[in-house]
Ligand binder design. Structure first.
Ligand code: B16
Ligand code: MG
Length: 223
C-alpha cells in the first residue's frame, strides 16, 4: 500500500463517520415524511445521507409526490431541525464511533493536517458536545458552502484552508454524495460502511476500528 504515502491531509465527514447522528437525521425526517403522508424507509434514507437539509426535503417531497408552498416548506425545515436538536441533546464523547478518537490522536501526533467537511449546519455544536473541536485545524460545514455534496466545494474549501493539494487529501465518508464530492475534487475517497452500498470510492472499510494504526501509517505521510 505504499501508493498511499503521499497523503498529508485527512478530511473527515461528521454524521455517520465520527458519530452515528445519521440515525437521528433519519428519525427526524421520518416524522416530516409521515406528515406528508409518506413512510420513509431506511433504504430511501441512504439517498439523504450527506445531502443538505433543504435538498433532503426536496428529495422526500419527490419520493412522496407532494408539493409544498414556501411557508410550509420552511416550517418543515425548522421543525425537522428542532426535532433533530432534541434527539442529539444528550450526545457525549461516549458517542464517538469506535476507533475514531484513536485515529485522530495518531494523525495529530504525526502532524497530518486534519479538517472537517460536513454538510451539517450543526457541525460545530456536535464537535463541541463530543469534545473533538481541538483536533480540527479547519472546519467547513453547511454554513460555509453554497453548493452541497456531491459538489466538491466543502472538501476543496477544506484543502484550501489547510494549504494542501487536493491530490494529497484523503476524505473519510459514509455517503455516496460525499464520495462523489471527494472524487469530483480530485481526492482519495475512503468509504466507511458496507462496500455493497457505495460506488466509485477508492477503498472501503467497515469502520475506524478496521483502519488500524498500520493502515493509517500506510495511507498518510507521517512526520
Ligand atoms: P443539518 P455530514 C449531513 O452531515 C448529514 O449526513 C445529512 O443527513 C444532513 O441532512 C446534512 O448533514 C445537513 O445537516 O440539518 O444538521 O444541517 O454527513 O455531511 O456530516
Ligand atoms: Mg455523513
Amino acid at each position: 500500500m505504499t501508493k498511499f504515502k503521499k497523503h498529508q491531509c485527512a478530511l473527515f465527514d461528521l454524521d455517520g463517520v465520527i458519530v452515528d447522528t445519521a440515525k437521528y437525521h433519519f428519525l427526524a425526517w421520518k416524522k416530516i415524511a409521515s406528515q406528508c403522508g409518506y413512510d420513509l424507509t431506511k433504504e430511501e434514507n441512504e439517498q439523504l445521507k450527506g445531502v443538505s437539509r433543504s435538498d433532503s426535503l426536496i428529495r422526500i417531497l419527490e419520493m412522496a409526490g407532494k408539493r409544498l408552498d414556501k411557508t410550509t416548506f420552511d416550517t418543515y425545515l425548522i421543525q425537522k431541525n428542532e426535532d433533530y436538536l432534541h434527539l442529539i441533546q444528550e450526545l457525549t464523547p461516549n458517542d464517538i464511533l469506535p476507533g475514531v478518537k484513536r485515529a485522530l490522536e495518531l494523525l495529530k501526533v504525526h502532524k497530518v493536517k486534519i479538517g472537517l467537511g460536513s454538510a451539517s449546519k450543526n457541525a460545530l455544536l456536535i464537535l463541541e458536545k463530543l469534545e473533538l473541536t481541538p483536533f480540527f485545524e479547519a472546519i467547513i460545514d453547511g454554513n460555509a458552502v453554497e453548493k452541497g455534496k456531491p459538489h466538491p466545494e466543502v472538501f476543496l474549501k477544506g484543502s484550501d484552508a489547510l494549504k494542501v493539494d487536493p491530490a494529497a487529501c484523503v476524505v473519510f465518508e459514509d455517503s455516496q454524495a460525499g464520495i462523489d464530492a471527494a472524487k469530483a475534487g480530485g481526492m482519495t475517497a475512503i468509504a466507511l460502511g458496507d462496500e455493497n452500498v457505495f460506488q466509485h470510492m477508492d477503498y472501503c472499510y467497515s469502520d475506524f476500528e478496521c483502519l488500524d494504526d498500520a493502515i493509517l501509517q500506510d495511507i498518510f505521510y507521517f512526520i
